[in-house]
Design a protein around this ligand. Structure first.
Ligand code: GLC
Length: 443
């Protein structure tokens, strides 16, 4: 085997998140499952339905009274995630509506008091751990049910002057204590938690931020109860050392990786299948398997993670559209996961050929060329001539022959290629996978 001298330096290798926490599992894993599940699943028209339709807690109660996910089987969910190549899960222990999936002793607004009458969180965490996934908890800082949560611009009753007046005495200090109590429960009674996903801060007029949540204390509590835990960046502590470990963005394809003081930091983009996070029966803007695979590749090529959301139904199932997408991703990952797990951006001096994305595994010294648009016959990559020991298509390990540098015509008008251009000879027919990948074993 070729010796591995002159190995290029990968931009992600052994970098540390802001707080000095070890994020290697996160950056190796690259792909997680987000789960938004709560009372809004019954409404089946967006997780913000209570706010959008200005529902009072009394009106919204009809979902609480009927929450009975009789087909709930977290083992199936966990298998679907693992098959899709996901390495961690983030589940809404509590979303903005305030409803808790676990048996919290600090509220009655919880799964155990609905017709389903059981803690839904514990079996989920157990199932995902059994499949080898890391565990993240989403905890909403907002709470539209709690009697001490001061009404603000995001609250369902925000436009109701009378309600506001009648509730002017709400005490955010008491609410912040409630948050800490609940977080303490979650971080002490549910085994090892790898990732805490707080959502979200909106400081300023009629909003809430670090002073309301008492974010600093909450962050310290989180780290004390689960040393080594990763915390996302929505506590409004961006400027505080150790205030966050992972930068998050949502519903966009980022143009480039995220940095702090010029250095890459762990980041994650969360994405929906169809626009809503909670189950939405009538949404028709579902992304295709190919789009989703592309999103994953693009994210990893820029050094980030993809947290892909499923909104289970009120019966406790992944609906057919979600299942079809997950299975499609699984089919691709079964063959191509090597270009995702453990990978990050290509070394700086390499740039992706047209219509391609590069990822790189510094451990194995392999470079992956994801071909989004299949070219005719040849693919040229600059600065790679003489640096590749062997290449093949990842999905079938069929050899891709290499032509090095000068002497080879680019095909167009007889122009010579530069010396350091590597040419890959590709089959004419585009391989039948969502996105074909070429694996290059570097010297
Ligand atoms: C948006 C949505 C919220 C969801 C979150 C996930 O803020 O409004 O419902 O939980 O994205 O990042």
């Amino acid at each position: 085997m070729a010796t591995r001298k002159k190995r290029p330096t990968a931009r992600t290798a052994t970098r540390k998140p802001a707080a000095g926490t070890d994020a290697s599992w996160f950056e190796q894993g690259r792909f997680g499952m987000f789960i938004h599940w709560g009372l809004y699943s019954l409404a089946a028209r967006h997780e913000w339905v209570q706010k959008r339709e200005r529902m009072t807690c009394e009106e919204y109660h009809r979902y609480f009274e009927r929450f009975d996910p009789d087909l709930y089987d977290p083992v199936q969910w966990a298998r679907a995630a693992r098959d899709a190549g996901m390495r961690y899960v983030v589940v809404t222990a509590k979303h903005h509506e305030g409803f808790c999936l676990w048996d919290s002793e600090y509220t009655d607004y919880k799964a155990t008091n609905t017709p389903c009458a059981r803690d839904l969180l514990a079996p989920l965490l157990e199932a995902f751990r059994a499949e080898g996934l890391r565990i993240g908890l989403y905890y909403s800082l907002l709470d539209w049910h709690h009697g001490q949560f001061p009404v603000d611009r995001h609250h369902p009753m925000s436009d109701d002057a009378e309600f506001r007046k009648a509730n002017a005495g709400r005490d955010v200090r008491k609410y912040a204590r409630y948050v800490r109590n609940q977080v303490t429960e979650l971080l002490t009674k549910y085994g090892p938690i790898d990732y805490m996903w707080y959502d979200f801060s909106y400081p300023g007029a009629d909003g809430k931020g670090r002073d309301d949540w008492e974010s600093l204390e909450l962050m310290k509590l989180t780290r004390r109860l689960q040393p080594g835990i990763l915390i996302n960046d929505r506590l409004d502590l961006l400027d505080i050392p150790g205030g966050w470990d992972v930068r998050t963005t949502e519903q966009v394809m980022v143009r480039e990786g995220v940095t702090r003081d010029g250095k890459p930091v762990p980041w994650e983009t969360c994405q929906t299948f169809s626009g809503s996070w909670g189950y939405h029966r009538e949404e028709s803007t579902w992304k295709s398997v190919r789009q989703l695979v592309y999103l994953l590749i693009d994210t990893v090529s820029k050094g980030g993670n993809l947290l892909l959301n499923v909104g289970p139904t009120a019966r406790g199932t992944f609906d057919a559209r979600a299942t079809e997408r997950l299975e499609g991703i699984a089919a691709w990952m079964r063959l191509c996961a090597r270009s995702i797990h453990g990978c990050g951006p290509a070394p700086d001096e390499l740039s992706a050929p047209e219509d391609c994305r590069l990822t790189y595994n510094a451990e194995t010294n392999r470079l992956y060329v994801h071909v989004l648009n299949w070219p005719l016959g040849r693919l040229h990559i600059e600065h790679l001539a003489g640096r590749v020991a062997y290449a093949h298509l990842l999905h079938d390990a069929g050899e891709v022959r290499l032509l090095d540098g000068a002497g080879h015509l680019s095909g167009a008008l007889g122009r010579q290629l530069a010396d350091d251009v590597l040419t890959l000879e590709l089959p004419v027919v585009r391989p039948e996978v969502a996105v074909p990948v070429i694996e290059l074993m570097l010297n």
